[in-house]
Design a protein around this ligand. Sequence first.
Ligand code: 8DG
Ligand code: MG
Ligand code: MG
Length: 146
Amino acid sequence: QTEAAGAPTVAVGVCLLKGEKVLLGRRCCSLGYSTFSLPGGHLELGESFEECAARELKEETGLDIDKKRMEFLTATTNELLLEGGKPCQYASVCMRAVMEHGDGEPQNVEPELCDGWDWYEWDNLPKPLFRPLHNAVRAGFNPFHA
Ligand code: 8DG
Ligand code: MG
Ligand code: MG
């Protein structure tokens, strides 16, 4: 990663919905180790939020969801994360896409970063959630009514 040390960066989280469920994976990287998070990652230079969401989803799950299917949600978080080495601050944007017939199933493309992907009911989310997601949920964020 090339961001300036210590500078806040922009991240994108993807709420991928299938019926009543959302896709989450348990992290196994240092930041947020063992917590459940949305697929997502850092916005790259020149990228739109939609492009970033589609790219990160593809990189992390193998799913090919066109950027046109990525909806911008008016849910953002601004988090200072202190675990995992150096302090990191993320301003995160949340995107949403709805699974359609023929999209296939998520694969764990980056097993060094994630234990695996699974579908969870919003009313019965696994614990612990990755800090930015935890705080968004606590603040009332719900991708099914956003
Ligand atoms: P990249 O190198 O592929 O761009 O990044 P990554 O390895 O996929 O990074 P990540 O940790 O999954 O995501 C980057 C940061 O984004 C993460 O450390 C904190 C922030 N972030 C949020 N909310 C969310 C979220 O809901 N999901 C994910 N994955 N990251 C989020 O603030
Ligand atoms: Mg990621
Ligand atoms: Mg990534």
